[in-house]
Design a protein. Structure first.
Length: 205
């Protein structure tokens, strides 16, 4: 357990260092978002207010959890759902885009490193949405005792593209998984003709 804690500390120090490299103070940005949210409500701009509220939630999570070695799964799920809801604001009712987010099992006892799952969700929205045709993103988190199975699949619109940035992002995620879990995790990525599928299995920390 001490080895795991040390690895988590090292990894989160790297995350925090990268985070602090930003030239704009995160606290300043967070406070500015809250001010804009108040202005939007005052002007009865509910759509903008909703988007700012979701973005504010994301920022607050980043501020509070960037220096943590682990977070509760419930908190990570709230963070992911806020991101998903913010992304939905881009879509019109007429867009043929279907998104599902399902959680199965008891999540309150499970812990994991912060920001572990967001890269997969970001990639799904970046490469799985095409406004010219039907698109689908399905996110599922299943807890079975001390094991978590995270699955996400999306319509594979970018099968013919190189996706260099996606490969770099996934490479970084794999490095982080190796550092924290060693060989005690399972990551399966399948790029099929119509679907891009990710399945990640990890143990409770």
């Amino acid at each position: 357990m001490e080895v795991v804690k040390r690895k988590l500390t090292e990894e989160n120090l790297k995350l925090e260092l990268n985070y602090l490299k930003s030239q704009i103070s995160p606290h300043f940005l967070f406070n500015s978002l809250n001010n804009l949210y108040s202005i939007a409500l005052k002007n009865d701009d509910k759509e903008t207010a909703s988007g700012l509220s979701k973005l504010s939630t994301l920022m607050r999570f980043m501020l509070d959890k960037s220096n943590k070695t682990t977070v509760k799964l419930d908190e990570e799920i709230e963070y992911l759902k806020s991101y998903v809801e913010m992304q939905k604001l881009r879509f019109l009712e007429s867009d043929n885009i279907n998104i599902s987010f399902i959680v199965i099992g008891k999540t309150n006892h499970f812990n994991l490193p912060p920001f572990l799952l967001i890269n997969f969700v970001e990639n799904a929205f970046k490469h799985g949405v095409n406004y010219k045709t039907s698109s689908e993103i399905n996110i599922k988190i299943t807890i079975d005792e001390n094991k978590l199975l995270f699955t996400i699949d999306n319509t594979n619109h970018d099968i013919k593209k190189s996706g260099t940035d996606t490969k770099v992002g996934l490479k970084n995620v794999k490095k982080r998984l190796d550092l924290i879990y060693g060989t005690d995790y399972d990551l399966i990525i399948k790029s099929e003709s119509k679907k891009y599928i990710v399945e990640l299995t990890i143990q409770n920390l």
